[in-house]
Write a protein that binds this ligand. Sequence first.
Ligand SMILES: Nc1ncnc2c1ncn2[C@@H]1O[C@H](COP(=O)(O)OP(=O)(O)OP(=O)(O)O)[C@@H](O)[C@H]1O
Ligand SMILES: [Mg+2]
Length: 283
Amino acid sequence: MLPTSMTESAQPRSAPTTQPSTGLDSSVASMNDPTCIEIAHFDAWYGAFQAIHDLSLSIPRNQVTAFIGPSGCGKSTLLRWINRMNDIVPSAHSKGTLRLDELDILHPSTDVVHLRRRVGMVFQKPNPFPKTIFENVAFGPRLHMKLRRGDLEELVEWSLRKAAVWDEVKDRLHAPALGLSGGQQQRLCIARAIAVGPEVLLMDEPCSALDPASTLAIEDLIYELREQYTIVMVTHNMQQASRCSDRTAFFFEGQLIESGPTDDVFTKPQQKRTDDYVRGRFG
Ligand SMILES: Nc1ncnc2c1ncn2[C@@H]1O[C@H](COP(=O)(O)OP(=O)(O)OP(=O)(O)O)[C@@H](O)[C@H]1O
Ligand SMILES: [Mg+2]
């Protein structure tokens, strides 16, 4: 439902608290299913090199799932397949099943633009467009929604507030986004990702380029955002995984070694390799 301030423009503008309607209702029917993304017997290759082997994992709705594991074990590859980023890598191919609720992600008929509206991605290095702060956030909504100017402004504000960067940018919305600090740029990219009303946020090492204060701000944000979104976060920072994830999946050499509630994976792992990794014995 649109916030009051979006439907009655004569009223004073107040801070929006609910997300403006996006016109997407595809997930409503399946909201009762605790699994949001189902990965089953998934294999992925780059040319002849197999990067992921027979991987099966259920990613629960409205929780933060952390992917951990040493460099090169396939974490980013899996994220990239979940929103079909690997479509542009000519050597990349895969087998098996990836489902987002009812949607068969890998089916050739799946509309990738629609998929990416449901599955937002935030990268290790903030990548704002060379546009203003406002235009960065308004870009997706302009592409996907027909909003009146006032509604668009409200959605931009809502997204920036949700991403905990509004107070820092509200007086310079029309300044270039590239003039922001790294931490601010990353929060802007999160605002841009949530502005189109995704169900899932994939975050590939979202804090690795940030200072401790910005990292903490983003960790708080991730924890809060899971009330509305299903979040998958790749991190090399074990403290971060234990601070802000509900579940953790440990990958090694393209295989899923174990997954479960984060506390269990860190304090009583089932597998020796997991134990060695979380204790910092390798990787
Ligand atoms: N575009 C590509 N072409 C060929 N091989 C690739 C490509 N991208 C990744 N790989 C290989 O696939 C394997 C998995 O890479 P991936 O980027 O998924 O690892 P990762 O777990 O995200 O590592 P990191 O923690 O260093 O980011 C690695 O051996 C990598 O070299
Ligand atoms: Mg990676």
